[in-house]
Design a protein around this ligand. Structure first.
Ligand SMILES: [Zn+2]
Length: 470
């Protein structure tokens, strides 16, 4: 694909033509500026910029057209082509005009169209050679609007694009394009490759050669969803569903975070478990010291433990200590000094791994009322289940983190800011499309996702053209 693979016409003549076309485009633009000299008032810089914004699509579109004319003349005037299906030589049937919208302007190309009668196959060799999208808005526009729509609502993304580039696309186009690109955003592409992950581990290893800490942490967030409904059909009842997120990162020798991957989807626990297992396959587990970090939710521990067997388990200290404070308030009253001291004593015990001692003292407490009794009972149950994850002092000594703030900030950044906008209700599939693109942007894999999208579109383009959409 692209101009590079052509045997370029190495004639001086075509460059001369290119120069002439370019100057002609500039001349046309300059002529259109004439009114500035006739209005009797000196324009401000802002007025000049606004004028340029309005005219740049035309000017740059002309320049782009000049480049294509000079660099691909044989494609624009191609008379014979090989049918991609039967390899017969086919004569050009006609020229078909196509309006092409790019971030730099609109141009019109008359593309040679070929039709192979025995195969019943019509095709445009220039589309494949130059990577022209079947849609009117080309891939640079599609790439930009998808990034925009992953960050802000579709209509806003379209509005920003209009303001910054002059390209008029609708919110509906933003939605449709994001959905199509998201189809290419599979887990395999959104998660960095094993080679890339090894490179980041190498970077975190440092000169001493000590294995770096790899943190695997998971968390859930509630996303408002509603069932899919056709246009004009009554929308079904909304419902909050769990968006489950995984975040993997490394700690380098200076305790700086090197992100590896984030993966967030609205999905059930079983699907999440499968995804985590697949992501874990990319990690060379013998080259890192792995710790699993999370709150008390069973589904996340199940997934993490299965994918990273033998890893160190750490209960997020903030969630753990929060439970202590609930009991302190129930037993000693709001903001009481006794309660404060009791919670502090418990924290120290738990941090030191003395879970049994802590539980014994809990069981020895005389609850002051039914509510305190209930809260104490819940805390005993909680600590009983989490005992093997409580050893904060040792964790810190060995360089492991004890708080899952990193996944919570990833959750906010990847999930909440786009998914929890006021009044937003998501169809599960659409929400997941947006989440996968957001993860790709965050993981640094969006370019790769978009490449795959273009290749998949290129394959479909012939088919789309036959349907007359070209
Ligand atoms: Zn054929």
């Amino acid at each position: 694909m692209g101009l590079a693979c052509l045997s370029l016409p190495d004639s001086y003549e075509s460059f001369e033509e290119f120069m002439a076309d370019t100057l002609e485009a500039a001349r046309r633009w300059a002529l259109a500026q004439k009114r500035l000299f006739e209005q009797g008032k000196r324009p401000t810089l802002k007025e000049l910029c606004d004028g340029l914004m309005a005219s740049r699509q035309q000017l740059l579109g002309d320049l782009l057209q000049a480049q294509i004319r000079a660099l691909a003349p044989e494609l624009l005037h191609q008379e014979f082509a090989e049918c991609p299906r039967c390899h017969r030589t086919v004569h050009r049937k006609r020229y078909e005009p196509k309006e092409i919208s790019t971030l730099h302007g609109v141009l019109r190309l008359a593309r040679p169209y070929f039709y192979c009668s025995p195969c019943g196959h019509g095709f445009y060799p220039i589309d494949e050679a130059l990577g022209i999208a079947a849609q009117r808005h080309q891939y640079d526009v599609q790439e930009a609007i998808t990034v925009g729509a992953a960050r802000v609502p579709y209509e806003e993304a379209a509005d920003l694009m209009r303001r910054f580039s002059g390209v008029s696309a609708s919110g509906h186009f933003a939605h449709r394009t994001l959905t199509a690109v998201a189809e290419a955003a599979t887990l395999d592409l959104v998660i960095p490759s094993r080679e890339e992950i090894e490179r980041r581990i190498q970077q975190a290893t440092g000169p001493s050669g000590h294995k770096p800490v790899l943190v695997a942490t998971a968390d859930g967030a509630k996303v408002p969803t509603r069932p899919k409904a056709k246009r004009n059909e009554k929308r079904g009842k909304g419902d909050c569903k769990e968006c489950r997120g995984l975040r993997l990162y490394l700690l380098d020798p200076n305790d700086e975070i090197i992100p590896i991957a984030s993966w967030h989807q609205i999905q059930n626990a079983a699907a999440f478990r499968q995804d985590v297992a697949r992501i874990a396959e990319r990690i060379p587990q013998d080259k890192v010291r792995i710790c699993l970090l999370g709150d008390g939710a069973d589904w996340l521990w199940q997934a993490l433990k299965e994918a990273f067997p033998g890893a160190r388990e750490i209960l997020d200290f903030f969630h753990c200590f929060e439970h202590l404070h609930v009991v302190a308030r129930a037993q000693f009253g709001e903001k009481s000094l006794d309660g404060h001291q009791w919670a502090e004593m418990m924290m120290i015990r738990l941090a030191d791994g003395a879970v049994l001692t802590a539980m014994r003292s809990l069981l020895g407490m005389k609850p002051r009322d039914a509510n305190a009794k209930e809260e104490i009972r819940k805390l005993v149950g909680y600590l009983d289940g989490q005992a093997k994850r409580l050893h904060y002092i040792e964790d810190l000594r060995e360089g492991f983190p004890i708080g899952s703030g990193a996944i919570e900030s990833a959750n906010k950044f990847i999930c909440h800011v786009r998914m929890k906008r006021s009044g937003a209700w998501w169809v599960e599939e659409t929400g997941n499309d947006v989440l996968r693109i957001r993860c790709a942007l965050y993981n640094g894999t969006y370019d790769r996702v978009f490449e795959h999208y273009m290749v998949s579109q290129g394959r479909g383009a012939q088919f789309i053209d036959q349907g007359g959409v070209g």
